[in-house]
Design a protein around this ligand. Structure first.
Ligand code: ZN
Length: 400
């Protein structure tokens, strides 16, 4: 069909020829990517293989994964216009989209969303670090720890809440907060900062996880003492800081630790050994604001999250060997911008839901390996590509 058209010159034929040439040209310009391999026979995503065609070395020394829980395009856009038509995300050269559905639902929850990132496989809603069959699967944080990287997590929720939990724990139900807390004793994560003190200190089983963590060499501080900005953290020891007994306040109600904690955790991790680090930072309450359908709550949480992103960008710029990846598990609230001005005045935002929605979710990448994250892909590909960045011999494929 194409050949016949081209043999009879017409404006349409010329157009097709030009298009064809453009496509060939684009093919030539495509950077060398991972060769596509046949889908693996099993469901195990990060498959260790003995041999693989040589690929360009893309490994970053440090990986920072920032998750804006519930952050869809309208949340980003609202935050951008409110910030005088600027967002730190404009500094990211690579943008992609991921499909957020879980293994059992078009609408994912935060547990299965974060689990797809952490284990490289979709699982059922509520799942924390387990595959659809309920079996534990190693997380990217555990793998980083095993490989001698320093590891850290920071959240504006409790540290046992779904998103951070999915990087360190393995339970079938996200509400198993006290069980999730026990996993902080099993994987020697270097530093973690978030709420949820009571799940460590006032437990049904009577255990005192403060004491047990201290027994494992942790220094622990919390909101009852000095603020995180004031605490002097020794980089020789593991460190935990609890920002609330259960869930931290919204930023509008006075939460002020997210940005100072981001600086502290970056400073700490960059001084922990020579092997680099893996850090997960969650802006947890963008999601809660969406559930509440409260515009000012959404925008203030977005602003706090953006400041944390800027702190990471500053760090990465100086460091020169850090990959920053920013995404969300899903959008919350079906938010839309309906009116306003581009300088942020009179912004009118509305919601179509009090729940999560299923739209594709943006991914922003900057740093060594950034090109892996362009395109449209399933959410678990983020996890698989992160495993690949830790070890090039981890093959990633897009098959289930
Ligand atoms: Zn939610």
């Amino acid at each position: 069909m194409l050949i016949r058209k081209l043999s009879q010159p017409s404006s349409f034929g010329v157009y097709l020829l030009a298009l064809l040439m453009l496509m060939i040209n684009m093919e030539g310009c495509t950077p060398k990517m991972q060769p596509t391999s046949p889908p693996p026979a099993t469901h195990s995503p990060p498959t260790k293989i003995e041999q693989q065609a040589p690929v360009e070395k893309v490994n970053a020394k440090n990986i920072i994964l920032l998750i804006g829980d519930g952050m869809g395009l309208a949340q980003i856009t609202g935050g951008m216009y409110l910030n005088k038509n600027n967002t730190a995300l404009e500094k990211f050269p690579v943008v992609g989209l991921h499909k957020s559905h879980s293994s059992d639902n078009l609408i994912t929850d935060s547990a299965s969303g974060a689990t797809a990132f952490s284990i490289g496989e979709k699982s059922f809603n509520g799942a924390i670090g387990v595959a659809p069959d309920g079996k534990p699967k190693e997380t990217i944080l555990e793998e980083a720890e095993k490989r001698g990287l320093a590891t850290g997590m920071l959240a504006t929720s409790s540290i046992v809440h779904a998103t951070p939990a999915a990087f360190i724990a393995h339970v079938p139900d996200r509400r198993q907060y006290e069980d999730i807390a026990l996993y902080f004793l099993r994987t020697p994560i270097d530093i973690f900062i978030g709420g949820g003190r009571s799940y460590f200190t006032r437990r049904e089983d009577g255990r005192d996880l403060y004491q047990e963590l201290q027994g494992k060499g942790y220094v622990i501080a919390d909101y009852l003492g000095q603020s995180i900005a004031q605490v002097d953290i020794s980089t020789d020891l593991n460190f935990a800081y609890f920002t609330a007994d259960k869930e931290p306040l919204p930023v509008l109600s006075g939460r002020d630790y997210f940005v100072p904690a981001t600086h502290k955790i970056l400073d700490y991790l960059s001084h922990r050994g020579d092997n680099g680090f893996f850090l997960m930072i969650e802006g947890s309450q963008i999601d809660w604001a969406g559930h509440d359908n409260k515009v000012s709550y959404v925008l203030n949480e977005m602003s706090d999250f953006s400041t944390a992103i800027s702190a990471c960008l500053d760090f990465a710029e100086k460091d020169g060997n850090t990959l920053i990846l920013i995404t969300a598990d899903h959008e919350t609230g079906g938010m839309a911008i309906e009116d306003g001005e581009s300088d942020g005045k009179n912004l009118q935002l509305d919601f179509s839901s009090t729940k999560h929605t299923a739209g594709v979710v943006p991914v922003f990448a900057k740093g060594p390996g950034e090109e892996l994250f362009k395109g449209i892909y399933e959410n678990y590909m983020i996890g698989r590509k992160l495993f690949h960045l830790l070890d090039e011999t981890y093959q990633f494929t897009s098959g289930d």
